[in-house]
Design a protein around this ligand. Structure first.
Ligand code: FAD
Length: 312
């Protein structure tokens, strides 16, 4: 979102408030309220570090320092409240983030929202062969079309059954039990900036399910980045796009550098690996190390590393 240099923070908030940014086929994220800005983070930090910090660091440098060194409490001074509309299977993952306050639409009290997430024919993903939790590639279009048609029929039938139960006077709390997990729910979701960044770090990551990543992306790009430009920039630099090197990773790098030349091939990487990995046919830590070293340009690109167990 473009912001004119003259736009004040409160004008920006007003322009975003209640605006529904679409996600998936019928979901959205929407800012309801926000308390604090980048300035509030700085203000809180200066209470800790004293006015002296004003002289040695400007606001941007201070926020970047806080982010780099995981001084997290100043980010907790900012609160954001959202209204979100999410399919229940994705909401089930979202609600695991316990540091938010939540009020969800009650399907005991009200009739369930008459909308369910539908997968378009070209978007059925194939189970990953290497990552039990993930997907890789797409099903052929003709199979996808059949699956989407079956999905439509299933959702319509379950809705008809639900409506019939209601029409016979069955309590809403019981009538809902066979509605599919694709049914949309809505909730108010309030969280501080520190915990929101933690949520985004996990849910923008490629290991998270595509659909929840779509929500995290919509929330970040449309709301968080324009409202908190300095925090967002620091978060990208020091968390989202950062690379953590473990002690074994560092040892592997040392051995590779001594062997030279670089970038090394996969055989040299295997000869430099941590001794505790070398007897294992599949080793996730080794795969992760290889991916990091490729990102650093220290090992040549090649076949994808074989990953093992993952969960959710
Ligand atoms: C890719 C992926 C796969 C996952 N797979 C599974 C799965 O298979 N099964 C499953 O059950 N869950 C799974 N999860 C959910 C995951 O285990 C977390 O529950 C979820 O990501 C919320 O993270 P969190 O606890 O850090 O966040 P929050 O609940 O927001 O907590 C933030 C931080 O606060 C602290 N905290 C909060 N509550 C407590 C507490 N009671 N005690 C101590 N510290 C606390 C912790 O430091 C925590 O990191 C998966 C998550 C991801 C991202």
């Amino acid at each position: 979102m473009l912001q004119s240099p003259m736009t004040t923070f409160s004008e920006l908030v007003e322009s975003l408030r209640w605006r529904k940014f679409p996600v998936l086929d019928d979901g959205f994220v929407c800012l309801v309220d926000v308390m604090g800005s980048d300035e509030a983070v700085v203000q809180a930090a200066r209470v800790s570090y004293g006015e002296g910090t004003k002289r040695v660091s400007d606001d941007r440098a201070l926020i970047r320092y806080l982010m780099r060194h995981r001084h997290t409490t100043p980010f907790e001074m900012v609160e954001l409240k959202f209204l979100v509309r999410v399919p229940m299977d994705i909401w089930r993952q979202w609600i695991r983030h316990r540091t938010a306050s939540v009020n969800e639409y009650s399907t005991r009290y009200s009739v369930a929202i008459d909308a369910a997430h539908r997968t378009p024919p070209e978007q059925w993903r194939v189970q990953s062969a290497t990552n039990r939790q993930g997907s890789q590639g797409l099903l052929p279009a003709d199979q996808g079309a059949q699956l989407s048609e079956e999905e439509r029929r299933l959702q319509e039938q379950s809705r008809d059954v639900y409506q019939r139960r209601l029409s016979l006077g069955v309590a809403r709390e019981q009538a809902r039990k066979d509605l599919p997990l694709s049914t949309y729910t809505e909730a108010y979701w309030k969280i501080d900036l520190h915990n929101l960044l933690h949520f985004l770090e996990l849910r923008l990551d490629s290991h998270s399910q595509l659909e929840i990543r779509e929500y995290a992306r919509a929330l970040s790009e449309n709301i968080l980045a324009p409202l908190f430009p300095i925090t967002w920039e620091a978060f990208q630099d020091y968390r989202l796009q950062a690379l953590v090197l473990t002690r074994p990773d560092i040892e592997v790098i040392r051995r590779l550098v001594l062997r030279g030349p670089l970038p090394a091939d996969q055989a040299s990487f295997l000869e430099s690996q941590d001794p505790s990995w070398s007897n294992l046919a599949r080793c996730r830590e080794r795969d992760e190390c290889l991916a990091k070293l490729r990102r650093l340009g220290l090992v040549q690109e090649g076949a994808e590393p074989a990953t093992s167990l993952d969960t959710e």
